[in-house]
Write a protein that binds this ligand. Structure first.
Ligand code: G3H
Ligand code: 13P
Ligand code: ZN
Length: 323
């Protein structure tokens, strides 16, 4: 099976009213852990790499890991997605490497500049069959460093943005933020806003900052020597409600990091004589599999791997133009 495009995977999800998990990877064990969960659940999966991940993996290592993941899981549609691309050069680099989907995040610029940059990316990616995700509004967390405030997505702007750029999926700001320290107490997300934007744009919507920061995993980290301060994430009920209202892609990174760290800390706590990396990276990989499996079942994407045959990029470009 070739890599799938984001457009195809998310259009099927929108139609089928389920969400597809998008998981960040930086190394072999996390990729293997996620793929094992997708295989166990028979689920499509979006594997995403941030600019930091591209740098850390030296680009080509990541590409070959991804090729292995697809080769070893021929029945699983896999989207290879660039997370938070910052400029056209990064997008070009990812597409040259074989990514089937890119995010351009120009949400910290004024609306017109966001439209211009996003359109430039669509004009480059779509003739190559590659899907594009963009963002409108401002999340908290890492993006607060850029803009200093949180701004929910405006539905009128969302309609205009999609019409003028032609993006395949839109990341919306509904109150989530990146990282482990999202909220002080259980959050109220703007799930009704998701419904309004979905009904008006008819496009798959994306929820960033969707980690739940599970209390049991945080406790395990701290029980085994960690010092994570109080942290509250997005409750699964809010994610499920957002999916029912039109969110089709759910971005998760922090929870995978936490699952891996908790497992590694436990190994060292239980037996401080251990020094073979396989002794701690193996359990870390299994912890990611368990965590991702439970999310795939909750998001509803489990069981949907065989619903369609992924289009090649050559086939996908005909969806945009008569090429
Ligand atoms: O949205 C950001 C992701 O969690 C990636 O984080 O830049 O540390 O790789 P990173
Ligand atoms: P979390 O930090 O909540 O895992 O969000 C990840 C994300 O949005 C990646 O783009
Ligand atoms: Zn994000």
């Amino acid at each position: 099976m070739p890599f799938a495009t984001l457009r195809q995977v998310l259009e099927a999800a929108r139609e089928g009213r389920y969400g597809v998990g998008a998981f960040n990877v930086n190394n072999m064990e996390s990729l293997q852990g996620i793929m094992a969960a997708a295989a166990r659940c028979n689920s499509p999966v979006i594997i995403q790499a941030s600019r930091g991940a591209l740098k850390y993996t030296n680009l080509n290592y990541l590409r070959h890991l991804m090729l292995a993941a697809v080769e070893l899981n021929p029945n699983i549609p896999v989207v290879l997605h660039l997370d938070h691309g910052d400029k056209i050069e990064t997008v070009r680099e990812a597409i040259a490497l074989g990514f089937t989907s890119v995010m351009i995040d120009a949400s910290h610029f004024p609306f017109e500049e966001n439209v211009r940059i996003t359109k430039e990316v669509c004009d480059y990616a779509h003739p190559r069959g590659v899907s594009v995700e963009a963002e409108l509004g401002t999340l908290g967390g890492i993006e607060e460093d850029v803009s200093g405030h949180v701004q929910l997505t405006n539905p009128d702007q969302a309609v205009e943005f999609i019409n003028r750029t032609g993006v395949d999926a839109l990341a919306v700001a509904i109150g989530t933020s990146h990282g482990a320290y999202k909220f002080k107490s259980a959050p109220v997300l703007a799930t009704d806003l998701v419904r309004t934007i979905s009904d008006r744009t008819h496009k798959p919507l994306v929820m960033h900052g969707s980690s739940s920061v599970p209390a049991d995993i945080k406790k395990m980290i701290n029980d085994y020597g960690g010092r994570m301060p109080e942290a509250v994430g997005v409750p699964m009920e809010s994610i499920v409600a957002s999916i029912a209202n039109g969110v089709c892609k759910i971005n998760v990174d922090t929870d995978s990091r936490m699952a891996m760290t908790a497992a590694i800390r436990k190994v060292f706590h239980d037996d401080p004589t251990k020094f073979d990396p396989r002794d701690y990276l193996g359990p870390a990989r299994e912890a990611i599999t368990d965590m991702v499996e439970s999310k795939m079942r909750a998001f509803g994407c489990a069981g949907h791997a065989g619903d369609y045959v992924p289009l090649t990029l050559e086939e996908a470009k005909h969806q945009y133009y008569n090429l």
